[in-house]
Design a protein around this ligand. Sequence first.
Ligand SMILES: Nc1nc2c([nH]c(=O)n2[C@H]2C[C@H](O)[C@@H](COP(=O)(O)OP(=O)(O)OP(=O)(O)O)O2)c(=O)[nH]1
Length: 151
Amino acid sequence: MSRSAEHLARLTVVQTESPIPAVIVGAAIVRDGLVLACERAAPAEVAGRWEFPGGKVDPGEADEAALIRECEEELGVTIKLGERVGTDVPLGTRTAVLRVWQASLVAGEPAPLEHASLRWVAPDDLLDLDWLPADLPIVTDLVRTLGGTAA
Ligand SMILES: Nc1nc2c([nH]c(=O)n2[C@H]2C[C@H](O)[C@@H](COP(=O)(O)OP(=O)(O)OP(=O)(O)O)O2)c(=O)[nH]1
């Protein structure tokens, strides 16, 4: 194998082992000091657990645009993004990360168009919900930011 072919082979291995993670974006929508939590309806393994509204960023789409689009699709609302909450959290397989922003409502009243239910939750009560595992560090940061008590 020539030196350049060998170099290319090594690069290919590196790229295969380190795929660029997919990004899942979420919105911690705050109104009157309460946070909107969403109960997943599906799939069965996670139905009944809580998450932030959001979803996968499409190829070529900006994170912020994806989050605004997902909130329109899932809740029927327009949101405005604020500060990031916490840092990227690797999801199970490490081929994706969860990235969350604080947000406020600009138009519309949230409706559970894709969720089993919605709930406005006080910061002190947020950690009582059964969140998806990746959300826990973010929810803990959010509680601190909003002035609740996170152990
Ligand atoms: N939306 C959302 N997804 C989360 C959170 N935490 C977490 O681990 N996830 C995971 C669950 C799913 O495996 C993945 C997002 O999938 P999704 O089904 O909501 O995304 P999507 O709306 O783009 O779905 P689809 O196009 O595949 O139907 O991220 C969270 O707080 N919000």
